[in-house]
Design a binder for this molecule. Structure first.
Ligand code: NZQ
Ligand code: ZN
Length: 396
């Protein structure tokens, strides 16, 4: 193993921690752009609690509301303009991954005078990766993306139908205030999609990583097992605070860099394919992953059966006849798919109203950024456009 690990985000975790928001933001600025989504935080009272905590410490609040799920670059541009006009010196992201991602890019775009889309990698020659951004404090209200403690953001361009990402050390939130109580109101379907997203963040590293990572493997399997156990509980009873807290912690651990340290995954193929699909159809990220991941796993298992046998044995307690027993590998994937169905996730494109018309287009768009010298999508194994279409056909 050969790796570097870095994550500077201060984490404040626990029920009730929202009350400390003002104290934490005050250390970074005195005029906050408070970024929110479509209004759930207003309906459930979280917004007012955040404003009160900020104002009690003397932080002035400027509101930027209306960030959509699958956040648009136009919303980022609007937020950056407000931040500049209002002289905000800190960005506070209160919401799900969409709000947090938009906030990170707003923080960078506020200090960049070109087109904010330049900051998102979409195959352009001169990708402007941000080197500076206003400080961002995240307060996740949904356990899913891990955006609260990582340096990535995913933004959609409605005009070009491209959904893509940026990742830069400048985008690490300075602090994450993670209060599981804020997730008690997440509806059942979004809870399930979040569970799926957390697990796929782990499997992307686990299946696409290098061989010989025993500590990370056990860590990854622990996160998956925990997410299955507490995910079922949170889906069954949204008021189960213990389950909500476990999911919030899993969401962070799955994608703050620590779990994957040393695994050096070849790519994040299931995400790249899902992003290409949701750019065209605006489906929920976690639901799209529930469709693509089992199909991708069936493809990848042929190339690396031992890792899929390990998954089947350690996650679902199956018994393999040998360490490359394909029947066992496939049974593990089937058990995973059954779990997804049991919590209410779709596992076929037709369930979300998508047919086969644009499969070649998704394949093309998937490999816009994370591709090898031959234009193949980075993955283990690397995927040609035909491979991607084949995988998607099994997901129809
Ligand atoms: O917009 P509001 O009204 O707040 O409602 C949201 C939205 O409709 C609702 N919601 C959130 N918290 C709630 C709540 N409803 C009731 N009570 C609460 N406490 O849930 C809906 C979905 O919200 P969204 O933020 O879109 O969900 P999620 O957290 O799953 O974020 C998805 C976005 O993150 C990107 C995805 O591609 C997608 O654009 N990702 C970001 C990553 C990152 N930064 O590292 C990695 C991920 O793999 C992912 O790609
Ligand atoms: Zn994801």
């Amino acid at each position: 193993m050969n790796f570097e690990f870095y994550n500077p985000t201060r984490l404040i975790f626990g029920a009730g921690s929202l009350n400390r928001l003002g104290e934490i933001v005050k250390e970074k600025g005195s005029r906050a752009l408070l970024v929110i989504g479509g209004g759930s935080v207003k309906r459930n009272g979280t917004f007012q609690r955040a404003v009160t905590s900020l104002e009690q410490t003397g932080v002035t609040v400027v509101e930027c509301s209306g960030i959509e799920p699958n956040p648009r670059i136009t919303s980022v541009a609007r937020g950056a303009q407000i931040a500049r006009e209002e002289n905000c010196d800190v960005i506070v992201a209160l919401g799900g991954g969409s709000t947090m991602d938009a906030s990170k890019v707003i923080a960078a775009a506020a200090l960049y005078h070109g087109d904010p889309w330049d900051l998102i990698g979409h195959g352009q020659e001169d990708w402007v990766i941000p080197t500076k951004a206003l400080p961002v404090v995240t307060i996740p209200t949904l356990a899913a993306t891990g955006s609260e403690m990582n340096a990535a953001a995913v933004i959609s361009n409605e005009e070009t139908k491209i959904k893509s990402f940026v990742q830069s050390d400048a985008l690490y939130p300075t602090a994450a205030v993670v209060d599981p109580e804020l997730t008690l109101t997440v509806p059942q379907d979004q809870t399930a999609y979040g569970v799926c997203d957390i697990i796929v963040h782990v499997t992307e590293a686990y299946f696409n990583g290098i061989d010989g990572t025993p500590i990370q493997d056990h860590f990854a399997e622990g996160i998956i097992l925990n997410t299955i156990e507490y995910g079922k509980r949170a889906v069954a009873d949204g008021n189960d605070l213990e389950a909500r807290a476990q999911l919030q912690w899993a969401s962070i651990l799955a994608l703050n860099g620590f779990m994957a340290a040393g695994m050096n995954p070849a790519g994040f193929p299931v995400h790249m394919i899902e992003h290409a699909i949701s750019a065209h159809h605006d489906i929920t990220h976690g639901a799209g992953l529930a469709i693509v991941n089992p199909a991708w796993m069936k493809f990848a298992a042929n190339h690396r059966p031992t890792k899929f046998v390990q998954f089947a044995e350690r996650i679902f307690g199956l018994q393999a006849k040998s360490n490359d027993d394909m029947d066992c590998a496939l049974a593990g994937i089937a058990a995973y798919e059954e779990f997804l169905k049991s919590i209410g996730c779709p596992t076929r494109l037709k369930e979300v109203g998508i047919g086969d018309e644009l499969l070649a287009q998704y394949a093309e768009d998937s490999a816009l950024v994370l591709r090898d010298g031959e234009g193949k999508l980075l993955s283990r194994p690397a995927m040609s456009k035909d491979d991607i279409v084949t995988v998607l056909k099994t997901a129809l």
